[in-house]
Design a protein around this ligand. Structure first.
Ligand code: PGA
Length: 254
């Protein structure tokens, strides 16, 4: 089984047109030499078009892909402020994050809404990147697997296990996001293996092809160790995705 490694940069609520230009120039330059790893860039909505144009003119098409950080549950209509999956697809997005812990915690997205977004994204031809993660309290209570299992089950129940042939999963312990506190490679591997096992119980082939990314304070100096774990197929990078040199060295660590 071979799973192409993927490193995705989640820019969150950061950037401006000048920064986009500089960051993308560096990433696209470096990407020409990184052929084993797929790279995804997830800027805020207003910069999707600009990033897509820069990608198009680089001719790196399949290797560097565009992603969005969120998607509406709705296809069209009176939903002020929302952006639909169809619009993202038309803008050139290949990926979209669903259920990032910041969406769950700060914007009240439930497991059910995240599962619905997973389905809506796929219906528009996007690959959802389903984010799962436990809080520090949940880890200390020893319920990490129960929490991850529940978040994963919601999407499986809604979309069916076969849908995971066209999806990516990201394990992001909430306590490791933006805190500088990374999960140890062993802690991350344990949860990644649990996620793969859960899918494998339903469909072994889909599980063996499924890419499971780790996210949470990935930096150039801890990336290689994390990516060396058997069930870690890449990373979802926040803070370090905003610095070209850091992001590129993380991509090269794979
Ligand atoms: P971080 O963020 O790399 O800054 O911890 C990861 C994420 O939120 O996707």
């Amino acid at each position: 089984m071979s799973r192409q490694p993927l490193v995705a940069g989640n820019w969150k609520l950061n950037g401006n047109r000048t920064m986009v230009r500089g960051l993308m120039d560096s990433i696209l330059d470096a990407a020409a030499e990184i052929d084993a790893t797929e790279i995804a860039v997830m800027p805020p909505y207003p910069f999707l078009g600009q990033v897509q144009e820069l990608m198009d003119s680089s001719g790196l098409g399949e290797r560097v892909r565009l992603g969005a950080q969120n998607v509406s549950l709705y296809d069209e209509g009176a939903y002020t402020g929302e952006v639909s999956a169809g619009m993202l697809a038309e803008t050139g997005c290949h990926y979209v994050l669903v259920g990032h812990s910041e969406r769950r915690a700060l914007f009240g997205e439930s497991d059910q809404q995240v599962a619905d977004k997973f389905v809506v994204a796929q219906r528009a031809g996007l690959q959802p990147v389903l984010c799962l993660g436990e809080t520090l309290e949940q880890r200390e209570d020893g319920i990490t697997e129960a929490v991850i299992g529940r978040q994963l089950e919601a999407a499986i129940t809604q979309a069916g296990v076969a849908a995971f042939a066209d999806a990516v999963v990201a394990y992001e312990p909430v306590w490791a996001i933006g805190t500088g506190r990374t999960a140890s490679p062993e802690q991350a591997q344990e949860v990644h293996a649990f996620i793969r096992r859960t899918i494998a119980d339903m469909d072994a082939k889909i599980a063996s092809c499924l890419r499971i990314l780790y996210g949470g304070s990935v930096k150039p100096d801890n990336a290689a160790e994390l990516f060396n774990q058997e069930d870690i197929d890449g990373g979802l990078i926040g803070g370090a995705a905003l610095k070209a040199t850091d992001f590129i060295s993380i991509c090269k660590a794979l």
